[in-house]
Design a protein around this ligand. Structure first.
Ligand code: CAA
Length: 282
């Protein structure tokens, strides 16, 4: 199935990254968010990323203009009536995602697949908000989207083979390598990654090491491209906490308990890079 117009809900760090790579692969985009300033911020980030590519000689100025020309912005969800495939990349909040899916179900054509970039909310629970659960699928991109090669494609209980295959093929068209996961808390990526990040926060909380030493150990000792505390700041500490809560609630196993220090930072508004302060200052 050829997808001519790709709808993206959310112009934040995930949404604008998805818009950038999709527009670079020749697809027309409608990028939606709730406020004009949010979509403008998203476009500014994309423009900055593309300009960097031009400066490095990886893209011509004409191609940059063509990519930007393929991205339309919107602050009205009804504009998704024109989309042939929609991915939701809004904030990691169940109630908000449920509202978006209920609305999309009434706005989008019945044949349109509704994908979610959720990092941990069960696909089946999101699908149940719609009258098309067979057309709901997880399409989980990694941050930073333009750089990371993976897309985790997640099958909900009702996801049809056709929906799964279309999403898998689209991931490849976007230049990514898909991997298949089933719908259990955290899927594969975050089931493995987040307990490691949470344990790094416990190391800080218990005074095992400073933030710099914890990150140095994992960078130089394990060849991770960045330390776990810096990575948590990149992901967003609110998102990290939400994922740990999902793992803890989903398995009722104490090994997934979120570190109290992580919660304390989130409550204080230290959410990582996006607020200028997390485990580090930016
Ligand atoms: N947007 C676009 N491009 C970016 C970028 C961003 N935010 N950050 C870096 N880049 C690009 C740079 O422009 C550079 O491009 P070129 O090679 O074309 O020059 C390239 O990436 C490398 O960047 P840097 O040299 O500045 O820095 P680096 O080599 O240290 O790499 C990094 C930065 C790619 C972020 C690397 O540190 C890394 O891979 N970190 C781990 C990231 C990770 O684990 N992500 C997964 C998070 S989990 C997740 O997303 C799932 C979830 O649900 C929580």
């Amino acid at each position: 199935m050829e997808i001519k117009t790709f709808g993206i809900i959310g112009a934040g760090q995930m949404g604008n990254g998805i818009a950038q790579i999709a527009a670079m692969s020749g697809i027309d985009i409608i990028m939606n968010d709730i406020k004009q300033e949010f979509v403008e911020r998203g476009i500014n980030t994309i423009t900055k990323n593309l300009s960097r590519r031009v400066d490095k000689g990886k893209m011509s100025a004409e191609d940059k203009d063509a990519v930007l020309g393929r991205i339309k912005t919107s602050v009205d969800l009804k504009d998704m009536a024109n989309a042939g495939f929609v991915v939701e990349a809004a904030i990691e909040n169940e109630a908000i995602k449920f509202e978006i899916f209920k609305s999309l179900d009434t706005i989008c054509r019945p044949d349109v697949i509704l994908a979610t970039n959720t990092s941990s909310i069960p696909i089946g629970r999101i699908a149940a908000q719609t009258n098309r659960p067979e057309k709901v699928v997880g399409m989980h991109f990694m941050n930073p989207v333009p750089v990371m090669k993976l897309v985790e494609v997640i099958r909900g209980l009702e996801t049809s083979d056709e929906t799964f295959q279309t999403t898998w093929d689209l991931s490849i068209k976007l230049g990514k390598t898909p991997a298949e996961a089933n719908d259990y808390p955290g899927f594969i990526a975050n089931r493995i990654l987040l307990p490691m990040l949470n344990e790094a926060v416990y190391c800080l909380y218990h005074g095992v090491g400073s933030r710099e030493d914890i990150d140095t150990v994992m960078k130089l000792g394990m060849n991770h491209p960045m330390g776990p505390l810096a990575l948590a700041d990149l992901i967003g500490l609110d998102t990290c906490l939400a994922i740990m809560e999902t793992l803890y609630d989903g398995f009722k196993d104490s090994k997934y308990r979120p570190c109290p220090l992580l919660r304390k930072y989130v409550e204080a508004g230290r959410l990582g890079r996006k607020t200028g302060r997390g485990f580090y200052e930016y």
